[in-house]
Design a protein around this ligand. Structure first.
Ligand code: CO
Ligand code: CO
Length: 303
């Protein structure tokens, strides 16, 4: 049902009238120093693409590439972090494969179930719908500051906490509200992933900059222009679709192009469902921010 033609967050394969499989994989090099946190973040990030489709993950496989001289207690901690994140998601890790490589890489293959008529995709956004984000931004700039040895310990703890957080509850709320359109905010940044929704739904998007949440240190590192390479690529690639108001500084623009790891879901919510979303989110203690709305201009506007 979903494959290479219009790539979405995960592939969807219909089994019967009630069930479809959601299949995805993701792995990357360490984003933080602590091996346990790295494993947990990589697993949360891989699971996220199933959640972005409104699916329920149930089975996973480890994919790892580890240096031959890496102490076994470190590789053990990476896998333990991944296993505990999977357990939190109700997912069984049933095997996997490890090869040797100079730079560590870790992630998961994840399989989930979704209803073949009720999965979330990047299509279906309609003018007037609200844009809702479920984690703040600033993970790329902060983890890059960490790599450069410039990040404060409390900033690292804050970004690690958010990156380890599963998108499970946010996805469950989206499914309960019978939303049609969502994605997760990862390497292509808020604006890049938002553009995929705009492009596939044939709509435009308007973001209210003041309403967009950032982790507390994001502006500090952003103003020093500490960004991962992917953020500059995002800006180069997606700028032509975006109109910024003159009040948005260069650093603020870059923060919206910042490549995220294990970012939140970007949900497209019909205006009449915002109250129910608020109730559900409060009940389940799921943070969320209404950051803009869908327009009919086929452009992204930020003011
Ligand atoms: Co995704
Ligand atoms: Co992915």
């Amino acid at each position: 049902m979903v494959g290479l033609d219009d790539p979405d967050d995960a592939a969807v394969w219909k089994l019967d009238e009630q069930r479809a499989l959601v299949v995805t994989t993701d792995f990357f090099t360490p984003v933080v120093d602590d091996p346990y946190d790295y494993g947990a973040i990589a697993a949360a990030n891989a699971l996220s693409d199933v959640y972005a489709m409104g699916g329920i993950p149930f089975l996973a496989l480890n994919i790892a590439a580890l240096p031959p001289d890496l102490p076994p207690q470190i590789s053990g901690e990476i896998l333990r972090g991944g296993a505990e994140a999977a357990h939190q998601a109700g997912v069984v890790i049933a095997g996997g494969h490890t090869i040797q490589d100079k730079e560590p890489k870790y992630g998961l293959v994840v399989i989930g179930f979704v209803h073949p008529q009720h999965f979330l995709s990047k299509r279906g956004a309609k003018p007037g719908d609200k844009l809702v984000l479920t984690k703040p931004l600033g993970f790329g700039t902060t983890t890059t500051a960490l790599k450069q040895g410039k990040a404060e310990p409390q900033d690292i703890a804050e970004v690690v906490g958010w990156m380890k957080k599963l998108n499970k509850t946010a996805s469950e709320i989206a499914v309960q509200l019978q939303l049609t359109t969502a994605t997760d905010v990862t390497g292509f940044s808020l604006l890049g992933h938002a553009w995929e929704i705009a492009n596939l739904s044939l709509v435009g998007l308007h973001f209210d900059f003041q309403a967009i949440p950032f982790i507390s240190c994001a502006r500090k590192y952003g103003e020093e222009f500490i960004f991962p390479g992917g953020s500059a690529d995002n800006r180069l690639y997606y700028s032509e679709y975006v109109d910024f108001s003159s009040s948005i500084s260069e650093a603020e623009q870059m923060l919206l192009f910042d490549a995220q790891t294990s970012g939140g879901l970007l949900l497209v919510v019909p205006a009449e469902k915002i109250n129910r979303l608020e109730e559900k989110a409060q009940e389940l203690q799921q943070p969320f921010w209404v950051i803009g709305e869908v327009t009919n201009t086929q452009r992204i506007k930020v003011d």
